[in-house]
Design a protein around this ligand. Structure first.
Ligand SMILES: [Zn+2]
Length: 314
């Protein structure tokens, strides 16, 4: 590279820098030409707004600040005026007596709704409400097809609905329920299950098999599901505390049962896993009921009432 070439590159550099500087200077000049003005806008409700703007006309400044002039409002100075720094724009009512501006309407609305809110607040009433709810009974089926020739389905205990009381704390506002909180629940009456004795399709064959195991003449037709209760020799259970059964034998725990009169004395009954002997009768022991004799009243109470398959054994 020779000296001339170096010199020409230097000149080119200077020219380029000058162009950049001139351009930058123009930009700065233009920027400083934009006047930033402080303006105060007074709205018709006397609300004052201090704004900084680069706009010139009143209409532009209002638009920039999202201020809409209503038909009954007047702007001073007028919309076409070019504003200077620190000048005030005033929006006023042309007819001050009539509250028709959007702002005043909005204020009126909010006052009304505040009244409503207050009146609503004072009309909240709290009550304790108790509701009675029926507890439906359940139906339990007992399949006795393996142990009975009795082919008819029958109800051996009628069901009875239970009842519960549920207490709620309820809040009413202008007679409309707005809140309901459950505070307690009490069962007034437990439901009683409905118990139905049923036969499945295989009844006939299985009953025949069962019948074949038993000799003719036995009371096999009395097999089935029985309500099996328990009793003792006390006066509560028997009225008289003698311990002597209706058959004349002394009642013996683990052996003696009271059964309806269609079971002859001496008939052996398989109840659950044990075999008992019919030796007693009872006033309440009718139909599908068996009463098992026990040593003590507490043992009888503990047994309670059970639905069990009863089978005549030889
Ligand atoms: Zn007793």
């Amino acid at each position: 590279m020779n000296r001339d070439e170096k010199a020409s590159i230097s000149v080119l550099k200077i020219v380029l820098i000058c162009i950049v500087l001139i351009f930058a200077f123009n930009v700065v000049t233009k920027a400083t030409n934009v006047e930033i003005k402080n303006t105060k806008i007074i709205l018709s409700n006397n609300y004052e707004l201090d704004v900084v703007t680069t706009k010139e006309k009143v209409s532009e400044i209002l638009k920039e600040n999202h201020i809409v002039v209503l038909p009954d409002e007047k702007v001073t100075p007028n919309l076409e005026t070019v504003i200077s720094n620190n000048e005030v724009i005033t929006i006023s009512k042309t007819n001050a007596g009539q509250p028709t501006s959007a702002i005043e309407l909005a204020e009126e609305d909010s006052e009304v709704s505040m009244d409503q809110v207050l009146s609503n607040y004072t009309s909240i009433v709290e009550k304790i409400v108790v509701e009675e709810v029926v507890i439906p009974y359940e139906t339990i089926t007992k399949d006795v097809s393996n142990n009975s020739k009795d082919t008819a389905n029958k109800v051996i205990q009628e069901g009875k609905d239970g009842l519960k009381k549920i207490s709620y704390k309820v809040k009413y506002q202008n007679d409309i329920e707005i809140e309901k909180i459950k505070i307690s629940e009490e069962i007034v009456r437990e439901p009683v299950d409905k118990i139905v004795q049923v036969q499945t399709k295989t009844t006939a064959r299985k009953s025949t098999t069962a019948g074949e195991r038993l000799k003719a003449g036995k009371t096999i037709s009395k097999m089935g599901t029985y309500k099996v209760t328990a009793y003792c020799a006390c006066s509560k259970c028997c009225g008289k505390a003698t311990g002597i059964t209706a058959s004349g034998k002394k009642a013996t725990a683990g052996r003696t049962v009271a059964a309806p009169s269609n079971f002859a004395f001496g008939t052996k009954l398989k109840i659950g896993d044990n075999v008992y002997v019919v030796e007693d009768r009872g006033g309440a022991i009718k139909g599908n009921r068996i009463d098992i004799y026990m040593d003590s009243h507490s043992a009888a109470l503990q047994w309670g009432s059970r639905y069990l398959t009863v089978e005549v054994v030889e």
